[in-house]
Design a protein around this ligand. Structure first.
Ligand code: PMP
Length: 419
């Protein structure tokens, strides 16, 4: 008989009492950065008002939080100005806003355009691009990845042609942790743009969902014109808020993907022309904004933001060396700046079952499946069931890495002994 599902109170006790080794930071960070929960509770308890919509003290406080976060993020990624940063309900919403705002029939990247994406892209990139391309009669070309989820800059650059108007790439693969050669590609796109007219420019869009807060990001040196990220991953912030950076060159071209109230020029039937208001309809998620701001502040204080690349790289090395020494499994990814790896135990133990064993027998929480990046699994040979993904983040320790390697080794040995 199947065990009955625990009630929510027993689940709560289980989560509070057992030792959890959380290694699913590529899905979302946990625990959150210091101060995040307090800032959210403080906002809900003592402020509570909407931003940009009132002149009483608590409404001004809410507006100030939005302004402060926008300013901090603009500084953090070296944006030209605060107006380049718009807030969205997450990275997915930010990606949809920039893709549907610029790509499609009667949009800046219109009919007959050639759009370049890669095999490592998350569905939050691929799906809106495919829909927008259909409406604009555009073609979408996919750049393949190698077996570790790494793209070749030369391969990407060689596919850019006269009709190419969008290159959309992730900074870091959420499946293998591979860091892509964005700077090299950005430089080649800048070179191509120099000889193009204003209406023919290529937009370089970078999905930084897996890198913001883990790797230094400077939009100018990366050479990107648009960049998206959520609060809840590398920044240690809450879910429900994300950002889009858009370079000033594209501000007048982008069309609002959604319409609604913005608190600005309420008499007009149309969205404001100015950025970022034209991309920000509706009441903002102020508790999440307060939480993201607190995350950035506390991580900056603790030195965790863009932290100790050496420590994170040492964890990555430890994870990959450890896993590669385990007989009977296939490991995807390579040592790099982030402690992320995917693996496959083979047909006798699908990733979902392996993740359930790691949780129930070892108290280790990792993700299994396709990680919303199904196209990459064609290149890894793991199309059917995906992979088991181990991903550390801020606060991950070498003991936790050793524990997961030992657990994987024990499970692999059991499979071998049963075979
Ligand atoms: N891109 C990548 C590479 C991701 O890993 C994710 C989240 N898994 C997203 C985009 C979408 O982010 P969100 O779900 O926070 O909107």
């Amino acid at each position: 008989m199947m065990p009955s599902r625990p009630t929510s109170s027993t689940e709560k006790n289980l989560l509070q009492t057992r030792q959890r080794i959380y290694l699913d930071h590529a899905a979302t960070s946990w625990p959150k950065a210091d101060g995040v929960t307090d800032a959210m509770v403080e906002f809900l308890s003592n402020v509570g008002s909407s931003a940009s919509r009132g002149s009483y003290a608590s409404a001004l406080k809410a507006s100030e939080l939005v302004r402060s976060l926008r300013f901090k993020l603009a500084q953090f990624i070296h944006a030209e100005s605060d107006s380049c940063i718009s807030f969205h309900s997450g990275c997915t919403h930010a990606l949809n806003s920039v893709i549907h705002g610029l790509v499609g029939s009667s949009k800046a990247i219109g009919d007959g355009s050639h759009l370049l994406v890669s095999a490592i892209e998350h569905n939050a990139v691929i799906r809106p691009i495919l829909v927008a391309a259909k409406s604009g009669n555009a073609t979408v070309e996919e750049v393949p990845a190698d077996k570790n989820g790494l793209l070749s800059a030369d391969d990407v650059i060689s596919r850019v042609n006269g009709a190419t108007r969008l290159v959309a790439l992730s900074h870091v693969s959420n499946v293998t942790g591979a860091v892509q050669p964005i700077t090299e590609i950005g430089a080649a796109i800048a070179e191509a743009n120099r000889s193009r007219t204003e209406s023919d420019q290529i937009l370089f869009l970078c999905d930084a969902a897996q890198s913001l807060g883990y790797l230094p990001i400077d939009v100018a040196s990366l050479g990107v014109h648009a960049l998206t990220a959520p609060a809840h991953k590398g920044c240690g912030g809450p879910p429900g808020i994300g950002m889009l950076y858009l370079s000033p060159r594209w501000h007048s071209a982008i069309q609002p993907w959604m319409q609604g109230g913005t608190g600005h020029d309420g008499r007009s039937d149309t969205m404001p022309e100015s950025m970022p208001a034209k991309l920000e309809p509706g009441t903002m998620n102020l508790p999440a904004i307060a939480g993201w701001l607190a995350a950035l502040e506390s991580m900056a204080t603790s030195g965790e933001l863009n932290e100790s690349p050496n420590e994170s790289a040492a964890l990555s090395q430890r994870l990959h060396v450890g896993l590669n020494a385990v007989d009977g499994i296939k490991v995807f990814g390579q040592p790099g700046p982030l402690p992320i790896a995917s693996l496959d135990f083979g047909p006798d133990l699908p990733p979902d079952d392996a993740a359930a064993i790691l949780d129930s027998e070892f108290g280790i929480e990792v993700r299994s499946g396709h990680h919303c990046a199904a196209r990459l699994h064609r290149h890894l040979g793991t199309e059917a069931a995906g992979t088991l993904r181990i991903s550390g983040g801020h606060g991950t320790t070498s003991d936790q890495i050793d524990a997961v390697v030992a657990a994987v080794s024990e499970i692999a040995a059991q499979i071998t002994s049963l075979a």
